[in-house]
Unconditional design. Structure first.
Length: 1189
């Protein structure tokens, strides 16, 4: 066996030549896809890979009696595998002879491996070779290995006889740089020849051809053993080589430049001294040489073992870790190779045998892969292509990946080569680029009439004709191998229809097949050309790729190679949506944020799909199958306990009702320890449901059980402790407000607007509900409220009530609940009467109380919707409502109509107006407008009632024109009253006020039915209206006469005492008092009864003025008795607010008239007072007023 095809062919031809016959008779050569051996062959040259392939069908290699493994020092994977195979085979075939040969073999190790096999040394005949060590220090300066090599060449040219020179460089770029430097020196009669694997065949042949002068060959380590270059006299050895290395952790093939081993250095030294005395110049020190390893590490210790493992399993050679390798591979490498085969679906874990775990068996796919003489990745790719009906396309690509790149890029014509190659490029895929090359070449071969024309095509497009032929041959062999195993496709390979179209079905099929073999070589763009590759690697697209300048977001590469950095070679854009289906077994699924989703009525989570550390998808997935226990808990908490579902199931509604009852008790008692916590509910459902995590599963569970009774909660299941019934009674469901029972709504939500007790007041009742009743809250909160009110008092008042708790207890026990008066009034009275402390009602400040100690009033419409709400009693009045939206106004305008008679039937208390945005509750009323009477509706019932009375009056008036004209005549004032009326706008103005007042008093009725309206009109027609207002007219005339007399009397006194300024001041005060008592519109201001008292007050003023003119000091003394009360009254009037109670306003009015009566008692005692009056009575009424709010 030979490690390389070129060596097998060369050695085979040489042996056949020495035997004097062509290859194919006694001597045969078999390399991949080529076999020239026959039935007469006795000596067969082959690559080590071919021998491995034959071992699959001939396990004992019975067709051979002797096997020679040549160049064993190279220790390739195949060589080591063959050696292990032969070692096992020797135990079974005693007749088999094995010879292991090499110029630099570790004879001791190999001898031990084969049971102390004999060692035969064959000495070669060579001229003496001198080895010199040259370091940077020797040259006096640091230099690169390229520069060192050229300097060493200079030295040879200056000091040594002419002879061919071989220079070893580690990389192709180093060779190009070295050649460039040498050519720049223009050595006489010399020819510089590069040699590396990627050179075209013609350029490689130059090294074997005679030269007219000195041949200077600059080569990689390919010149160490594979070929022998005749005539080499001098060797310059940099001591470096690029050696393939595979990193199991990152699954990366690396080609680092590293120092060579001693055996490789000796092989290089052996290249010279074959034609004359030779010199080997080593560009490193002898100490460096001595410290280097004796041999190059075997490839099995630095390579991916997948192919070897696959074939070992196919050959049933047992566990790879137990195989008798010369140098057993690292466990990590074995694991990585095994993992790759598992990823490719070639093997599966086998059942333990004889207690041995860790064994693997071939899948059907793996069995086919093992028979194909291809890298497992390529074999997998082809099988997948067959399934996707693109076998021939992928076979072309696989063949291309199996050979050296056919594209050539001569150093002197790189730009031309790049331009020619660009014509084949596909912007999305280097693999499609290969297909383009294939099809263009195929068309050219079909259209040309001779191979010379095809060769010209290759030269024009910088393609290697030899490699193109090899490519076609490999493709043919691949297809034959596949067909031999029953894998066929009638669909030929086709040129891509549209460049860069990754959505095309053909593109998708091809690249999905490629992905199956190179799944771990996917990457996602991180920056412009930088990609996040699998296994946490960063890679760059190789600059020679057609995608380098404009890569896609996701790519797959045929290989990841690390040189100066990690490069992705032969890449293509892929759709990440393909990855999960292809790499299902390798995908990892992580779940985040499990939660209940009401729309789906299921517990879901974010599923993150990752492949080799790359996130390829995020989506929402049902969480139940992933973690049924956690999913069930989430379902219970959110769907059942929180009731976050589209529609409540019957048992859920039942449970919500039971819970609501207990929560209502908690709200009433303002505590949160009656209802059990969610943990109890969670256990309740856990014990009954098992694993249920969506509504569909819940319904199925109920159906299986037969009913939902097992899920229905009882009150005792939910009560953590039993509430006290007496305590609950302190929080009634309704409270009395006047003659009405109003519902209470309790909420225990501190800090929120609805906290505390909310009283629900129907809008039609709002204006008539006594706000005082709400001050008392409910019995259960009254004690706390009283305590809070006392603590909120000013300090000088509060300290009179300490200790507060004792005071509160006395009040609660002894003060009766009086909802018809304000709580502040009741407190002030009780504390004054029982504790002897005067607390003005105005000192009680509810604004300082916590919200729950102030009744929240909610005014509702007839459907129970809250129209307005607040903790101020003013919310009961329409003035607190917000401005109505246009939608209501438009709906009202559509509904209303003008009326001239009652022809609209009965008037309902409320109606529903059809708004465009929503229906509106409105309250009908007749409204008098400038243009007439209109039947309309209002949002506020109080406003509607007020407006309606005037509207009814206007409608009645419209039918009583003649009667009202007669009434007006009857109410007319005598002409004698003209003078007296001048103080009040004149006689005509007073007559109009009098008529309006009489009509308002009699006609402003709250009539709402047609029958009542007709009955009222009938009554008016029957009884007549001529007598209306006579008593008011008579009282008016008396007031006018008294007012005129009083004013004239004051003038007379003033004239009688022209120089008495203090008296004049008093008289002016009396005039002002008269104007306040009898203002301009007094006719409508006072009831008839009150009008009858005005003349008394005016006569009293006259008497006071006359007596003051006689004794002013006595008047002042009497005035000082009145002054404090007048001052208190002014202060109380000033302190009135819109929130002041009607009771307080009435009490203040009573105090005003009592003060007038008190004034009569002091200044005109001869005039009888209308009621008993005294300072004591005034004090009592004043205190009562202060107790009122």
């Amino acid at each position: 066996t030979q490690p390389r095809r070129i060596a097998a062919l060369t050695v085979g031809r040489r042996i056949a030549e020495e035997l004097g016959e062509p290859v194919g008779q006694t001597v045969g050569v078999k390399i991949r896809f080529q076999d020239s051996s026959g039935v007469h062959t006795r000596v067969k040259l082959m690559t080590d890979g071919i021998l491995l392939a034959e071992a699959q069908s001939d396990r004992f290699l019975n067709q051979y009696d002797t096997i020679i493994v040549d160049e064993a020092h190279e220790r390739s994977l195949n060589i080591d595998f063959i050696l292990g195979l032969l070692k096992q085979l020797l135990r079974k075939r005693r007749d088999l002879k094995v010879i292991v040969t090499s110029a630099t073999i570790d004879t001791e190790k190999f001898s031990r491996a084969f049971g102390d096999a004999p060692v035969i040394e064959v000495s070669g005949r060579m001229y003496p070779v001198e080895t010199r060590y040259i370091t940077a220090t020797d040259n006096g300066e640091e230099a690169t290995h390229v520069e060192q090599a050229v300097k060493a060449l200079d030295q040879l040219y200056r000091t040594r006889p002419r002879g061919d020179i071989l220079i070893f460089m580690p990389t192709e770029q180093d060779i190009r740089d070295t050649c460039e430097l040498i050519q720049g020196r223009r050595y006489p009669a010399s020819e510089v020849i590069p040699l590396f694997a990627r050179l075209s065949a013609a350029e490689q042949q130059r090294v074997f051809q005679p030269a007219s002068g000195v041949k200077i060959v600059v080569a990689t380590n390919v010149a160490e053993t594979s070929i022998t270059i005749a005539g080499i006299r001098y060797v310059i050895d940099t001591g470096l080589a690029r050696i393939s290395q595979y990193a199991p952790r990152t699954r990366t093939n690396t080609l680092p430049v590293v120092p060579i081993s001693q055996s490789s250095a000796d092989q290089r030294q052996g290249r010279c001294g074959r034609v004359a005395d030779g010199i080997c110049l080593r560009l490193y020190s002898e100490e460096d040489y001595d410290q280097r390893p004796k041999y190059t590490p075997p490839e099995i210790l630095r390579a991916n073992l997948a192919e070897v493992i696959l074939r070992m399993i196919a050959l049933r050679l047992g566990d790879v870790a137990q195989f008798p390798f010369i140098d057993p591979p690292a466990t990590r490498s074995i694991q990585d190779g095994t993992q790759l085969l598992l990823e490719l679906g070639a093997i599966v874990p086998a059942a333990p045998k004889h207690g041995q775990a860790g064994r693997f068996a071939l899948t059907d796919k793996g069995r086919l892969m093992a028979k194909l003489p291809l890298d497992p990745r390529l074999a997998c790719m082809l099988l997948e292509a067959h399934a996707r009906d693109c076998l021939h396309d992928v076979a072309v690509i696989a063949a291309a990946l199996s050979i050296q790149d056919p594209r050539e890029r001569p150093a002197e014509r790189q730009a031309d080569a790049d331009a020619a190659h660009a014509t084949f490029a596909d912007p999305a895929s280097d693999f499609i680029t290969l297909l383009n090359i294939w099809h263009r070449y195929d068309r050219s071969a079909a259209e040309r009439t001779s191979w010379q024309q095809v060769k010209q095509f290759c030269r024009t497009h910088f393609l290697s004709f030899r490699r193109m032929r090899e490519w076609r041959d490999v493709y043919r062999q691949i297809i034959e191998e596949l067909e031999e195993h029953g894998i066929r496709s009638e669909r030929p390979s086709q040129a891509p229809a549209e460049p860069g179209d990754i959505g095309h079905s053909g593109y998708a099929a091809i690249h999905q097949a490629i992905l199956s073999g190179f799944l771990s070589n996917i990457a996602v763009k991180k920056e412009r050309q930088i990609f996040q590759a699998s296994h946490n690697r960063l890679a760059m697209i190789f600059p020679g790729s057609g995608l380098f300048k404009n890569p896609g977001q996701w790519i797959v590469a045929a290989e990841m190679v690390e040189t100066s950095r990690l490069f992705a070679r032969s890449v293509a854009v892929i759709d990440p949506g393909w990855l999960e289906a292809i790499g299902k077994e390798q995908c990892r699924y992580a779940y985040f944020d499990p939660h209940w989703e009401r729309r789906r009525e299921a517990v879901v989570a974010t599923e993150q799909v990752s492949l080799y550390g790359l996130i390829i998808d995020r989506r929402t997935r049902p969480y139940g199958p992933v973690d049924p226990v956690e999913a069930t808990d989430i379902f219970i908490r959110q769907a059942l306990i929180a009731a976050d579902v589209k529609k409540l199931l019957p048992f859920m509604q039942h449970n919500r009702d039971v819970i609501a009852q207990i929560e209502a008790m908690e709200d009433r008692l303002r505590r949160r320890d009656l209802l059990v916590d969610d943990a109890v509910l969670l256990r309740f459902y856990q014990e009954r449901l098992g694993h249920v995590y969506d509504v569909r599963g819940l319904k199925s569970k109920i159906a299986q059980t037969g009913s939902d009774a097992f899920l229905r909660l009882r009150t005792e299941d939910l009560l953590a402790q039993q509430p006290d019934k007496d305590s609950l009674a302190q929080y009634p469901e309704c409270i009395a407000a006047g003659d009405r029972q109003l519902a209470c709504n309790y909420r225990f939500t501190p800090g929120k607007e609805t906290d505390g007790v909310t009283i629900l007041v129907p809008e039609e009742s709002a204006a008539n509900v006594p706000a005082e009743s709400f001050q008392w809250l409910v019995p259960g909160l009254l004690k706390e409220k009283i305590a809070a009110l006392i603590k909120a008092l000013p300090k000088e008042l509060r300290k009179q009530l300490v200790p507060v708790n004792d005071t509160v207890q006395v009040i609660v026990e002894k003060m009766p609940i009086q909802r018809d008066i304000h709580l502040a009034t009741a407190l002030s009275r009780f504390i004054r009467q029982h504790l002897g402390v005067a607390i003005p009602a105005s000192a009680w400040n509810e604004a300082l109380l916590p919200e729950h100690l102030r009744m929240r009033i909610a005014v509702t419409d007839h459907q129970g919707r809250v129209l307005r709400a607040g903790r101020d009693a003013a919310v009961l009045q329409s003035g607190t409502a917000v401005a109505l939206p246009d939608d209501f106004e438009q709906a009202r305008r559509r509904w209303e109509r003008p009326v001239t008679q009652w022809d609209f039937g009965d008037l309902a208390e409320s109606v529903t107006l059809g708004g465009r945005a929503r229906p509106w509750t409105a309250y009908p009323a007749l409204e008098k407008r400038t243009q007439g009477i209109v039947l309309t509706a209002f949002a506020d019932p109080a406003v509607a009632r007020r407006v309606h009375r005037r509207g009814v009056r206007a409608l009645i008036q419209s039918g009583l024109a003649s009667d009202i004209k007669f009434l007006k005549k009857n109410l007319a004032l005598p002409f004698a009253a003209e003078t007296q009326s001048r103080y009040f706008g004149g006689r005509t103005a007073l007559e109009e006020q009098l008529l309006d007042c009489v009509l308002e008093e009699h006609l402003a009725q709250d009539i709402r039915t047609s029958e009542a309206f007709d009955a009222f009109l009938e009554k008016l027609h029957t009884q007549g209206i001529a007598a209306w207002g006579r008593s008011r007219r008579d009282a008016l005339l008396e007031v006018l006469d008294a007012y005129q007399s009083a004013r004239m009397h004051l003038v007379d006194i003033e004239k009688a005492h022209p120089r008495n300024a203090p008296l004049h001041a008093l008289l002016n005060d009396l005039r002002a008092g008269m104007q306040r008592l009898v203002p301009e519109r007094f006719v409508a201001l006072y009831a008839v009864e009150r009008l009858g008292h005005l003349p008394r007050y005016l006569r009293a003023m006259c008497l006071r003025a006359g007596r003051a003119a006689i004794d002013l000091e006595k008047d002042r003394a009497k005035a000082q008795r009145i002054a404090p009360y007048a001052k208190h009254m002014e202060e109380l009037i000033t302190a009135l607010t819109p929130q002041s109670s009607p009771r307080k306003r009435q009490a203040l009015e009573d105090f005003f008239w009592m003060l007038e009566e008190f004034s009569i008692s002091l200044f005109a005692p001869e005039i009888k007072t209308a009621l008993p009056v005294s300072a004591k009575r005034l004090d009592s009424l004043l205190q009562e007023i202060r107790d009122l709010v």
